[in-house]
Ligand binder design. Structure first.
Ligand code: CP
Ligand code: NVA
Length: 300
């Protein structure tokens, strides 16, 4: 049987993605009830982090512990991967000693190459191009607060980055409409956008994108690896902040999400992220539950 990987949201079918959210909600309830559920005793998750992380590391490590397994944290600072051992060799070695592997890295092509040489499932825990695990948590959070997202309108304001690309794929897979507002020069990848057809459309301004939206989402202006561009980006994105006026243009019961970490006063005001429409803490917690459901699906 072919090994299944989760490199983008397109690796699972819409039916699997919906079932995964329902399972995440069940696992969350079991967890809240204090029920011990350890299907993964003696199973090991290898976690390769080439970029920083708080939520992703914590949620995968805690998730694996709760499921009765173990997680091993590997960083380039103290592995041979950081000293030039090839992706192909690292993938072959790590997959002989673990049951599943999670990677956070830069170029998306690197995780594709890793998956090709791994004989256990590989999970994308963020690349420069995508962040699919975050979308599982976001979709669970929307479902818990408002029910099905099918047919709803979601607004993306800010950078056409890895999170934006995963929102575009989510619009296809979960069947919602995504209005995107990004400054010139920071638009999402044209091919990813085009593949989504009517599900994802570019708009002229943050206000236009937010019009009547059920969910408003943003992310940092400078992602990991773009720290040198911070000042230039602050200028380019000045009109792309999620603030009270933007939320006013959205539907009355619109939710606000942000994958975190956030920069109050840049991509979002404190008033919005700390306000009544924000569900960012549920969203962060749901990384744990949604990824436990993902581990179950991939480990079988
Ligand atoms: N949202 C997210 O992936 O957070 P971390 O970078 O802290 O893992
Ligand atoms: N776009 C951000 C997301 C962080 C979780 C980054 O890549 O740094």
């Amino acid at each position: 049987m072919q090994t299944r990987h989760f490199l983008t949201l397109l690796d699972l079918s819409p039916a699997e993605l919906k079932a995964l959210i329902e399972r995440a909600i069940e696992l969350k309830a079991l967890n809240k009830a204090g029920t011990i559920y350890e299907p993964f005793r003696y199973r090991v998750l290898a976690m390769v982090f080439e970029k920083s992380s708080t939520r992703t590391r914590m949620s995968f490590e805690v998730g694996m512990a709760q499921l009765g397994g173990h997680a091993v944290f590997l960083s380039p600072r103290d592995t041979q991967l950081g000293r030039g051992e090839t992706i192909e060799d690292s993938a072959r070695v790590l997959s002989r000693m673990s049951d599943i592997i999670m990677i956070r890295t830069f170029e998306h092509e690197k995780i594709e190459r890793f998956a090709e040489y791994s004989n256990v499932p590989v999970i994308n825990a963020l690349t420069d191009l995508y962040h699919p695990c975050q979308l599982l948590a976001d979709m669970q959070t929307y479902y818990e607060h408002r029910g099905s997202i099918q047919g709803r309108t979601v607004t993306w304001i800010g950078d056409g980055n890895n999170m934006c690309h995963s929102y575009i794929n989510a619009a296809r897979q979960y069947d919602f409409r995504l209005n995107i507002a990004c400054p010139d020069g920071y638009l999402p990848d044209a091919a990813i956008l085009q593949a989504a057809g009517d599900h994802a459309v570019l708009t002229d301004s943050a206000m236009a994108a937010a019009e009547g939206a059920d969910l408003v989402v943003t992310d940092v202006w400078a992602s990991m690896g773009q720290e040198q561009e911070q000042a230039r980006r602050e200028q380019a994105f000045a009109d792309y902040q999620v603030n009270a006026s933007v939320m006013q243009a959205a539907a009355d019961d619109a939710l606000f999400m942000h994958c975190l970490p956030a920069h109050r006063g840049e991509e979002v005001t404190a008033e919005v992220i700390d306000g009544a429409q924000s569900v960012v803490w549920d969203e962060a917690e749901n990384r744990l539950h949604a990824q436990k459901a993902l581990l179950e699906l991939l480990l079988g």
